[in-house]
Design a protein around this ligand. Structure first.
Ligand code: 5RP
Length: 225
């Protein structure tokens, strides 16, 4: 089974999972990336069962709208029933590295207002220790070098993501060479570097449910397991 088939399967499972909890007035938070795109395409089939969506990127907003799913501004919403998104890495505590697609800040904002965060990945994303996938950090452009120097002092090797501007008009540093054991502390420490918008660690707000696509089927893990 190739990776895209696993992503499509896990996206379908996410629909089955949220379908059990969806109310007609529910607003669904929707992530960004290729796995999230499979989810959006499946979500279109049940669009009559919920009110609409909040998007975590311009690309996701466009895809949702192309399926006729109403997209709401987060400022007009008090709370989201559920947020569904992919990840670049996940550990057993359902802490994540996200932001390979550069949408980490909006993803983190939308996740922060969701009652439940359902993360959907294929099995290649499951790791014992976070950090093999370079940690994306969204940085205000004028702070790029200053933040990069601090990251070197913290043991990382930041690489400027060339020719990439986020939906918020900022740049991304991808930090290589990390083995992140205390993810909550590290997330907090990196976020406190002046000029950082946010980093791609989702440990202070990890996923609540992880659906993992594998050739044997889709595995469901909970933060409490
Ligand atoms: C985008 C993300 C994505 O969720 C992450 O990069 C995984 O992407 P994909 O589903 O394409 O493997 O965080 O900013």
């Amino acid at each position: 089974m190739d990776q895209d088939t696993l992503k499509a399967e896990v996206a379908k499972s996410a629909i089955e999972y949220i379908d059990r909890h969806l109310q007609p007035d529910a607003i669904v938070g929707v992530g960004t990336g290729s796995t999230a795109n499979f989810f959006i395409d499946s979500l279109a089939e049940v669009k009559h069962k919920f009110q609409g969506a909040v998007a975590s990127s311009d690309a996701t907003e466009e895809r949702l709208k192309s399926h006729g799913i109403p997209v709401y501004d987060l400022n007009s919403i008090d709370e989201l029933a559920v947020y569904v998104d992919g990840a670049d890495e996940t550990n057993d505590a359902l802490e994540l590295i996200k932001g390979g697609g550069g949408a980490l800040t909006r993803e983190k904002i939308v996740a922060s207002v969701a009652r439940q965060f359902v993360c959907i990945v294929d099995e290649s994303k499951c790791v014992a220790t976070l950090g093999t996938f370079p940690l994306p950090i969204e940085v205000i452009p004028m702070a790029r070098s200053a933040v990069a120097r601090k990251l070197v002092g913290m043991g990382g090797q930041p690489v400027y993501r060339e020719n990439f501007i986020t939906d918020n008009g900022n740049v991304i540093l991808d930090v290589h060479g990390l083995a992140i054991e205390a993810a909550r502390e590290f997330e907090h420490e990196v976020n406190s570097l002046v000029g950082t918008v946010t980093n791609g660690l989702f440990a202070l707000r990890p996923a609540d449910v992880l659906l993992v696509g594998s050739p044997k089927g889709v595995l469901e893990k909970h933060a409490s397991d």
